[in-house]
Design a protein around this ligand. Structure first.
Ligand SMILES: [Fe+2]
Ligand SMILES: [Fe+2]
Length: 214
């Protein structure tokens, strides 16, 4: 379910209108499914992760998210240091550029979501949330490329302001963190409700393998 600002809602658990939310009973009901999958805490995210079999496509997505989150933490620290006009500006710009490059290399992650997972969710009647996520990928990609390409152009020239780069980095950190939270806590749990057959997941994983990993 999309909101006016392009986000999709985390419905409270009560959205299921049941005393206790049973995932089977929510099948096909998009709002309720978001509620069931949308327990927005790190603890429930960990519980969901632990419930996934080793090698499951969704588990791999979440492992990759953990790696991306570490890069975002590092990127945020560098951006905050650069804000203060430090003497080691060029070294920080180089680090930022390298982190931008690492994030660009995460492209197969987004590609697998867009080309393998999202279409199946849409085919099965869950079109809104994947569409919001795919739309966010566009802005995330744009910002990643700025960070991979621009910092090196500012190295060796203290006259060039780094503020636009710092701003882009901090927007990327915030946008991508929120994006990951929504996928881990809402979209992926919903996916497990919508796609129930192990055989279906095996077929999806084969297609994911063809795209490759970050
Ligand atoms: Fe995504
Ligand atoms: Fe993702």
């Amino acid at each position: 379910m999309s909101t006016a600002n392009g986000d999709f809602e985390i419905q409270p658990h009560q959205a299921c209108e049941q005393d206790e939310c049973h995932e089977h009973e929510c099948e096909g009901h998009e709002t309720a499914a978001i509620g069931c999958g949308g327990a927005a805490t790190m603890e429930s995210e960990q519980e969901f992760y632990d419930s996934l079999p080793d090698g499951h496509m969704i588990r791999t997505f979440m492992d990759e998210h953990a790696t991306i989150r570490k890069s975002l933490d590092a990127l945020e620290a560098i951006a905050n240091k650069l804000k203060k006009n430090p003497e080691d500006r060029d070294a920080l710009l180089l680090e930022m550029s390298q982190l931008g490059g690492q994030l660009v290399k995460a492209e197969p992650h987004h590609q697998r979501e867009e080309e393998v997972l999202f279409p199946v969710l849409s085919q099965r009647g869950l079109a809104g949330p994947p569409s919001v996520m795919a739309h966010e990928h566009i802005e995330i990609r744009r910002l990643k490329h700025i960070l991979a390409d621009k910092p090196s152009l500012h190295m060796g020239d203290d006259g060039l302001p780094v503020k636009p780069i710092v701003d882009a980095a901090l927007v990327l950190v915030s946008t991508l963190r929120q994006h990951i939270d929504k996928e881990n806590r809402i979209l992926y749990p919903m996916s497990m409700q919508v796609i129930r057959e192990e055989r279906d997941w095996s077929q999806l994983k084969e297609r994911a393998d063809e795209i490759g990993y970050m």
